[in-house]
Design a protein around this ligand. Structure first.
Ligand SMILES: Cc1ncc(COP(=O)(O)O)c(C=O)c1O
Length: 406
């Protein structure tokens, strides 16, 4: 399948000297604009993955590119050894967007998660009064929070976890979506509950509507920090600024990443209030690139884009359209559709083929999507996608399923 001679040569070159930690679809992308990308032979594809939500605002978003270009000509990196004139406006705007008062800027999503773990532990010892090295953090089954050794220590995904021990202690896993199990697991040494409000990599799993409110209540009544990993679900994707908003829940810490960098630079952040984030003292945590002026300029432009609510509204309306289209395929090769906003996990009948096979057939039809586990594929197009393109993507899936059933 695919690849033209041209693309096969480009893939061979990349694979010869790249560690094989990914299994990309056989397409070599050279350019992107809005929801569309173009390969090196000039063929166009509708990007329905959007770099796992990092491209929420589309490829080459003019407003974000302008902000980056303007900053490139001024200064890009100072380190936090000095102040820079972009960080203040960025953190002020981001804190306001989240209705919190403090931001700790980092680069990748995994770094934001690691930061939150450190903050929660320090808060546990210094504020809650947990005895030294006794803190525990509760996580959920099926979680995906990144790839560092500590984070994979509490993953139940074998390929993420196996052969990477010894693992970091101090984590307990409970079934996702079950508040009673969480209540059972919390003890006097619990400092935080870390969960995705909607699980992305697990296959866009939406918990029961009363789950996040129950998590909030359990955290409050047990004096435990509620950490919502909104790295994939946040910043407009679900038709609201945060997935927690969909059920009216406010966590203590938001973890943000991916779309915060506008698809231009890696930007992540932990956002919360001074009573928790204020526990860190100078020298205890940091990152050479965290809060750099280029990242802050792009991050500020991202927050500006979200402030009007227009992107969230687009995701909500187009999400309805996407889900209506996908639901139409249920019983015709699709077993189940889950998700919120412009984010959908689609379970394909495994008798028809693996998720990977469906992705390869969609690629041939000009749609880029990615499988997660087994026969599940996900749709997460840029929020700037045209309504007609949403319908077209669903039509392509319908055609692929038709082909597989023939
Ligand atoms: C919910 C969630 N948390 C954390 C991460 C890790 O982010 P990064 O790949 O930028 O380290 C991801 C990445 O997919 C994610 O989906």
């Amino acid at each position: 399948m695919i690849a033209t001679e041209n693309q096969a040569a480009a893939i061979a070159l990349e694979e010869e000297h790249t560690a094989h930690n990914y299994h990309p679809l056989p397409v070599v992308v050279a350019a992107g604009d809005g929801a569309w990308v173009t390969d090196i032979d000039g063929r166009r594809y509708l990007d329905c993955l959007a770099a796992y939500s990092a491209i929420n605002f589309g490829h080459s978003n003019p407003m974000l590119l302008d902000a980056a270009r303007a900053q490139l000509d001024r200064i890009t990196l100072t380190s936090r050894a000095f102040h820079n004139d972009r960080l203040g406006p960025f953190v002020t705007a981001l804190a306001a967007l989240a209705d919190k008062d403090m931001v700790l800027p980092m680069n990748t999503g995994a770094e934001a998660v690691e930061t939150a773990i450190k903050v929660a532990r320090a808060w546990g010892y210094r504020v809650k009064g947990v005895a030294a090295d006794q803190a525990n953090i509760i996580v959920a089954s099926g979680n995906f929070h990144g790839r560092t050794t500590t984070i994979v220590s509490f993953s139940d995904d074998e390929s993420a976890h196996n052969d990477f021990g010894p693992f970091t202690p101090g984590f307990r896993m409970v079934p996702y979506g079950e508040a009673a199990a969480l209540a059972e697991a919390i003890d006097a040494n619990t400092v935080a509950v870390l969960i995705e409000p909607i699980q992305g990599e697990a296959g866009i799993i939406v918990p029961p509507a009363d789950y996040l409110p129950a998590v909030r209540e359990l955290c409050t009544s047990n004096r435990v920090i509620f950490i919502a990993d909104e790295i994939q679900s946040g910043l407009g994707r679900v038709g609201a600024t945060f997935a927690c908003d969909l059920v009216g829940v406010v966590p203590d810490l938001y973890l943000l990443g991916k779309a915060l960098g506008g698809g231009i630079v890696p930007v992540s952040a932990v956002v919360g209030n001074d009573d928790i984030l204020g526990v860190l003292r100078p020298g205890e945590h940091g990152s050479t690139f965290g809060g750099n002026p280029l990242a802050a300029a792009v991050g500020l432009a991202v927050v500006d884009l979200l402030e009007t609510g227009e992107m969230q509204e687009r995701a909500r309306l187009l999400g309805k359209r996407l889900h209506a289209g996908l639901n139409r395929l249920t019983g015709h090769g699709v077993i189940a559709v889950r998700g919120a906003g412009l984010w959908a996990g689609v379970d394909i009948d495994p008798a028809l083929g693996s998720g990977r096979e469906v992705c390869e057939l969609l690629l041939e039809r000009g749609v880029l999507v990615k499988d997660t586990h087994g026969s599940t594929i996900r749709f997460a197009p840029p929020l700037v996608i045209d309504p007609a393109d949403v319908d077209w993507a669903v039509d392509q899936l319908e055609a692929v399923l038709h082909e597989l059933r023939a």
